[in-house]
Design a protein around this ligand. Structure first.
Ligand SMILES: Cc1cc2nc3c(=O)[nH]c(=O)nc-3n(C[C@H](O)[C@H](O)[C@H](O)COP(=O)(O)OP(=O)(O)OC[C@H]3O[C@@H](n4cnc5c(N)ncnc54)[C@H](O)[C@@H]3O)c2cc1C
Length: 321
């Protein structure tokens, strides 16, 4: 059986949870198994909806202690649930929460772990091979897992969430939750725009903006598109923008459908976090800027002239549709 842990921060399932269940369903199909989704805590209200994405059963462990993001307690109960349900593969989202649970879970289950997979495995008898991208997205590595139980974390946007099924009743599973050694004192969430790992549209800017006071035109384009905002590392390091917007090798890795890079040179460390975007648009006044090599569309021009015109064009297009 394939067990998928569907995260529900603040009682809401994110897109990554639906993607993980879709992936789990497809994995179950090729391994001739069933796909069971599991949720933790008392807030996963609409968990039955996971059935629409391919879970044949949805199981919830309704303990208030699991409402907080304590990966030690979560790993302990997920391991107990996986053993009780006889799961052979456990799929998690490759989010900060999923990543912090996956290693602990694998140790508890004596399972082989591949962290950050982006394709379905190839299964042939007992051979189980799965790919993940390495070297900042420049190559794929194929991993073979030989342990009886396997743990995989799935990167966001690797598969499209497919909702062809029907909702199922949620079964309650009672398991002891060990007292956590982690005490969550406060949870701060970013308000306003969609968090970057979830965003489909991202407008990002770099040092070409010259001054933090110039960011209004970036925000305006993002507002017109309904996009999230990101930035290059030197911009965050200079406190021009908050650190949670920093994308790249040392920042967040994203895979939106559209990434617009404004006044960003396209250094390899920046590309490492964005080169899996579906469509990349680059706006830069230097025709030799390396980012143009990775771009699907490029505008060679002064961003201070291009951006207001682009924003006006987006607004006009949206108002006429
Ligand atoms: C170990 C390590 C890790 C790193 N990790 C990251 C990371 O995670 N993310 C990251 O972003 N960087 C990272 N860096 C830094 C990276 O190497 C680059 O220095 C950085 O990405 C450059 O930022 P930038 O493109 O905003 O600035 P710049 O390189 O200064 O580029 C500014 C660009 O703006 C253009 N421009 C200027 N004025 C205008 C205008 N008026 N109109 C249009 N275009 C204009 C210029 O032509 C230029 O291409 C890392 C570096 C190291 C060594």
């Amino acid at each position: 059986m394939v067990l998928v842990y569907a995260e529900s921060p603040n009682g809401q399932f994110k897109k990554t949870a639906f993607e993980a269940v879709t992936y789990g369903k497809k994995l179950a199909e090729i391994s001739g198994d069933s796909c069971v989704a599991i949720t933790l805590g008392t807030q996963a209200g609409n968990a039955g909806e996971l059935g629409r994405y391919g879970a044949s059963r949805v199981v919830n462990i309704p303990d208030e202690k699991l409402n907080q993001l304590d990966s030690q307690s979560a790993a302990a109960v997920l391991a107990a649930a996986a053993q009780q349900l006889a799961a052979k593969v456990i799929v998690l989202c490759h989010t900060s929460t999923g990543k912090s649970i996956a290693g602990r879970l694998a140790v508890r289950l004596q399972a082989g772990l591949v962290s950050g997979v982006n394709e379905l495995p190839e299964i042939n008898g007992t051979a189980f091979h799965v790919k993940k991208s390495v070297f900042s997205g420049k190559a794929y590595a194929e991993y073979a897992i030989s342990s009886p139980v396997k743990v995989l974390s799935l990167v966001g946007n690797a598969v499209r969430a497919e909702s062809g099924g029907t909702a199922v009743p949620v079964e309650s599973l009672s398991l002891p939750v060990p007292a956590g050694r982690v005490r969550v004192k406060a949870v701060k969430t970013v308000e306003g725009r969609v968090p970057l790992p979830e965003a489909d549209l991202v407008v990002s800017a770099g040092r070409g903006m010259k001054d933090p006071g110039n960011w209004g035109i970036v925000e305006e384009l993002a507002d017109a598109l309904g996009a999230s905002t990101a930035c290059s590392r030197p911009v965050a390091d200079s406190d021009w923008r908050p650190h949670h917007e920093h994308v790249g090798q040392t920042g967040i890795a994203i895979r939106p459908n559209l990434y617009i890079a404004i006044g960003i040179s396209g250094a390899i460390q920046h590309l490492a976090g964005v080169n899996n975007s579906k469509v990349i648009v680059v706006i830069n006044k230097d025709p030799e800027a390396p980012f143009f090599q990775a771009a699907d569309y490029g505008v060679i021009g002064d961003l201070f002239e291009v951006l207001p015109r682009l924003t006006a064009a987006v607004r006009k297009f949206k108002s006429s549709n």
